[in-house]
Ligand binder design. Structure first.
Ligand code: NGS
Length: 274
């Protein structure tokens, strides 16, 4: 049975159709279009902003994507995600936070930068932090915040749609601004692959924030193929003493430089030195 809510005033309706979960979407067969043409066709404003005009959107969401050297994936992601988000009637804006060359990739710190930059331009209620290689396959996987911090990508094709361990909080997550600020954001010290999401999960636990997940039929993601990064050798050491740093390492001591920024047709681009 289809359910629509809310049914009051002029708020946008979100339709959840449980049976739709059998019709998974696949990104790689999705058509690609020139960004300018796509933005014009879908009414996306410069910087990758959109909101429904015929109703009052219930959610105001910043989508933060850390990035480096993944142009093909970025193109696939953008072609796919805008229609997906628009079907959910969200007020949203997409931020791509690119890390400048040389230093090892710092996914978590780029999320903090995304939070800080997004907060400068709008009072976002909700933040989605996610990797661009992850494509949500179920249109009912709502890109908005829930009462508890939500692990959105608990069912990924590369794990045969199973959750590999109960504390996994990587991939795609949704938190309100309040929840994110309560845990002082992500740690800034995790350069290289691995551990930063485990650290973030411990931060949530330390502040008594339980996490939630939608059922595996809703939380399905398709991972775009790429080479695996070698894990960082410092990750276990960083994790070991992370509890001491929760309050001093995060958005409270975030330092970075914006080297360049542009309002591109499908997203706001920020090049940061972290
Ligand atoms: C853990 C990593 C996490 C990572 C998860 C899944 O081992 O950062 O694997 O990775 N933790 C450490 O290395 C301490 S995945 O299989 O998706 O590449 O998110």
């Amino acid at each position: 049975m289809e359910r629509s809510y809310p049914a009051r005033d002029n708020s946008c309706t979100i339709t959840i159709n449980p049976r739709r979960s059998s019709h998974l979407l696949y990104p790689e067969v999705h058509p690609r279009e020139h960004p300018v043409a796509m933005a014009r066709r879908l009414g996306i404003l410069p910087g990758g902003q959109w909101k429904p005009l015929n109703c009052h959107p219930l959610f105001n969401v910043a989508i933060i994507l850390p990035y480096r050297n993944r142009q093909t994936q970025l193109t696939i992601f953008m072609n796919y995600i805008h229609p997906f988000l628009q079907a959910q009637n969200l007020d949203y804006r997409i931020f791509v936070i690119e890390q400048s060359p040389v230093r090892e990739f710092n996914r978590a710190k780029l999320f903090n930068v995304g939070y800080a930059e997004a907060t400068k331009v709008n009072d976002f209620h909700c933040f989605i932090f996610q990797d661009i290689d992850l494509i949500p396959q179920n249109p009912d996987n709502i890109y908005a915040c829930t009462k508890m911090p939500r692990h959105m990508s608990s069912s990924v094709n590369t794990f045969r749609y199973n959750l590999p361990y109960s504390g996994l909080f990587g991939g795609a997550i949704a938190l309100t601004r309040k929840q994110f600020e309560k845990v002082n954001g992500f740690s800034n010290v995790f350069y290289g692959w691995g551990g930063e999401d485990d650290d973030f999960y411990s931060r949530l636990q330390s502040k008594g924030l339980q996490v939630t997940r939608f059922g595996p039929d809703i939380a399905q993601y398709y991972m775009l193929i790429h080479n695996k990064e070698p894990p960082s050798s410092a990750r276990f050491e960083n994790l070991e003493n992370s509890a001491k740093r929760y309050d001093t390492d995060g958005i409270s001591n975030l330092e970075y430089r914006v080297l360049n920024h542009q309002l591109r047709p499908l997203y706001s681009w920020i090049l940061a030195d972290v």
